[in-house]
Design a protein around this ligand. Structure first.
Ligand code: GDP
Length: 298
C-alpha cells in the first residue's frame, strides 16, 4: 500500500531490530525489554512516552509466554497512545461554512497540505474558498493561488503586506455570502519573528470568531515529521497561542523516525487528522491509528 511504502524508512529501522526481538526463540526477559526500549527511542517515540509504554508492557509481561504475544501487546499499547476516533453517529453535521484555519512553520508543507485538502474537498463536490492570509510572502499568496486553480477552489487575496486578519475577515464574509461549504485559511509561518507571529495568529482567530461565532471550527497545525522532537515544541508553542484542534504530520516518507507520530499524539493529546507520506495528491492520507501501527509492523 501507499501507506506502507511511505513508511519504508521507519519500517526498516523498526522491523530489522524488532523482528530480531520477536523471534520465537527469544525469552521474554529484562534483556529483551531493554532492547525494545532502545528500538522505540531510535524510532523517535521520545523518552517519556517510551518509558510509560515500557512500564505498561512490563506489567503485562507476566501473562505473556511468547514473543508473538509481546508483539501484539506492543501494537495495542501503540494504538492506545492515539485519542479514540469519534463515533460517526455522534459527530454533528458540519457547520457551513466549515472553517479550517491552517497554521505551521514555513517549510513544513503547510501550503501543500492546504492545497491537497482543497482538492480533496472539491472532489467531494464541496464548494471551497481559500483565504490567503499569509500576506508576509508574495510567494505564499501566489502558491496558494496555484493550488486554488488546480483544485477548482475560489480564493480571496489581498496584496502582500496587507493585514492578515482583514483577509481572513473577507474570507469568512465571502464564504458566507457565496454559500461555501469549506473555508481554508492559510496563515504565515515565519519563525524569526515568533512573538509577532503568535499575535498575528491570535488576531486572525479572534476576527474569524467575531464574524462567525463558533468559528474557526478547526485549527489544523502542519508539522514536519523529519524535524523529530522539534515538531513537538513547535506544536506546544502554537497550541498555547491558538488552541490547536488537530494535526497533520508531513514527510513521513522522508524519515526513519516515524515513531514521532505516536510521540506527538501521546504528548500533545491532539488528534492526528492527516499524514503525508509523499508529494503526490494521494499521499496525503487520513490518519488511522490501527492502520498506521499495522503498516509499521506487518
Ligand atoms: P510551507 O512553506 O510550509 O508552505 O511548505 P510547502 O507546502 O511549500 O512544502 C515544502 C516542501 O515539502 C515542498 O517541496 C513539498 O512538496 C514538500 N512536502 C510536503 N508534504 C510532503 C510529504 O508528505 N512528503 C514529502 N516527501 N514532501 C512533502
Amino acid at each position: 500500500s501507499r501507506l506502507k511504502s511511505g513508511l519504508t524508512k521507519t519500517r526498516e529501522v523498526l522491523n530489522t531490530d524488532i523482528n530480531d526481538l520477536f523471534k520465537s526463540s527469544r525469552k521474554i526477559d529484562d534483556a529483551l525489554f531493554e532492547e525494545l526500549e532502545e528500538v522505540l527511542i531510535t524510532a523517535d517515540l521520545g523518552m517519556d512516552i517510551t518509558m510509560e509504554m515500557m512500564d505498561r508492557i512490563r506489567k503485562k509481561a507476566g501473562r505473556l509466554s511468547t514473543a508473538d504475544q509481546l508483539k501484539a501487546v506492543l501494537k495495542q499499547e501503540l494504538i492506545a497512545l492515539f485519542p479514540g476516533k469519534e463515533d460517526p453517529e455522534t459527530v454533528p453535521a458540519l457547520p457551513r461554512p466549515h472553517i479550517i484555519m491552517v497554521v505551521g512553520v514555513n517549510g513544513t508543507g503547510k501550503t501543500t497540505t492546504l492545497g491537497k485538502l482543497a482538492t480533496r474537498f472539491t472532489r467531494e463536490n464541496k464548494k471551497v474558498l481559500i483565504a490567503a492570509a499569509d500576506t508576509f510572502r508574495a510567494a505564499a499568496i501566489e502558491q496558494v493561488g496555484i493550488w486554488a486553480d488546480r483544485a477548482g477552489a475560489t480564493i480571496v487575496r489581498h496584496k502582500q503586506g496587507a493585514d492578515p486578519a482583514a483577509v481572513a475577515y473577507d474570507g469568512v464574509e465571502a464564504a458566507m455570502a457565496r454559500g461555501m461549504d469549506v473555508l481554508l485559511i492559510d496563515t504565515a509561518g515565519r519563525l524569526h519573528t515568533q512573538k509577532n507571529l503568535m499575535e498575528e495568529l491570535k488576531k486572525i482567530k479572534r476576527t474569524v470568531e467575531k464574524k462567525m461565532p463558533g468559528a474557526p471550527h478547526e485549527v489544523l497545525m502542519v508539522l514536519d515529521a523529519t524535524t523529530g522532537q522539534n515538531a513537538i515544541s513547535q506544536a506546544k508553542m502554537f497550541h498555547e497561542a491558538v488552541n490547536l484542534t488537530q494535526l497533520a504530520l508531513t514527510k513521513l516518507d522522508g524519515t526513519a523516525k516515524g515513531g514521532i507520530v505516536a510521540a506527538v499524539a501521546g504528548t500533545l493529546h491532539l488528534p492526528i487528522r492527516y499524514i503525508g507520506v509523499g508529494e503526490s495528491m494521494d499521499d496525503l492520507q487520513e490518519f488511522d491509528a490501527v492502520r498506521f501501527v499495522n503498516a509499521l509492523f506487518d
